[in-house]
Ligand binder design. Structure first.
Ligand SMILES: *Cc1c(COP(=O)(O)O)cnc(C)c1O
Length: 226
């Protein structure tokens, strides 16, 4: 079987209290079920159509995490069932998630994606944008459909562990500043989603509470589909 059971168990052991999100993008439902049978319940996907079709085929107690870049016009497809959306990087997206959640009589958990990498990537909020989003969120009295649970970040694709550590440590600092300033009395704001196959050990040391791991547990993806 394709699933790397030994690696999975090792990661679960190392994660301790942090939660493993098994990133199953491009992988078949059979592989997901294999991990499910070992007790895994949190799975991450980043293509809307793929997620929607897998969700209908798999057990309903799976918690689905959307971890990729989500387009506003696709929110309604996953709003009926998604547990957490990790990559919220604009107020417009947050407002749409709220609207679709309310339509479905749900509350959807979200993480705000911050930009910490050195390289050029398109997604993630800088400090000013993060602050603007939060000010707007707290100024609105119509945000009952979303629960902001924390911060999500991705380090640079770097060979240099020191650089990765510095970036992930920066994410932890921003998480703590936001917690202190905006969510001091909100116990739900407690998640720091960071760490992938290549950098999850560093991420755990830097305070990650959710690691998102694909290739280490499911094997490599075809490069053209990942
Ligand atoms: C694909 C993906 C992962 C998992 O990547 P691996 O290197 O296979 O562990 C984690 N986070 C995001 C946002 C992804 O798109």
């Amino acid at each position: 079987m394709a699933v790397k059971t030994e690696a999975y168990k090792e990661i679960i052991g190392k994660a301790g209290k942090a939660r493993l999100i098994a990133v199953s993008k491009t992988k078949p439902v059979e592989d997901i079920l294999e991990l499910y049978k070992l007790g895994q319940r949190d799975f991450g996907e980043n293509y809307v159509q793929e997620l929607a079709s897998k969700q209908t085929e798999l057990p309903s107690d799976i918690r689905w995490h959307f971890i990729g870049h989500l387009q506003t016009n696709k929110v309604r497809v996953i709003a009926p069932f998604i547990d957490m959306i990790h990559g919220v990087d604009s107020y417009k997206l947050l407002a749409e998630i709220n609207k679709q959640a309310v339509k479905n009589s749900r509350k959807i958990k979200v993480l705000l994606q911050i930009y910490i990498a050195e390289e050029e990537t398109k997604f993630g909020l800088d400090k000013i944008e993060l602050q603007d989003l939060l000010e707007k969120y707290f100024a609105s009295d119509e945000m009952d459909g979303v629960q902001i649970c924390g911060i999500m970040a991705m380090a640079s694709f770097s060979e240099n562990p020191h650089q990765i550590r510095v970036e992930l440590n920066n994410a932890k600092t921003i998480f703590e500043q936001v917690k202190e300033k905006y969510f001091y009395h909100d116990d739900a704001f407690c998640e720091l989603s960071m760490g992938m196959s290549a950098d999850y050990l560093i991420a755990l040391e830097e305070g990650s509470t959710m690691i998102r791991i694909g290739s280490l547990v499911f094997g490599e993806r075809d490069t053209h589909t990942s």
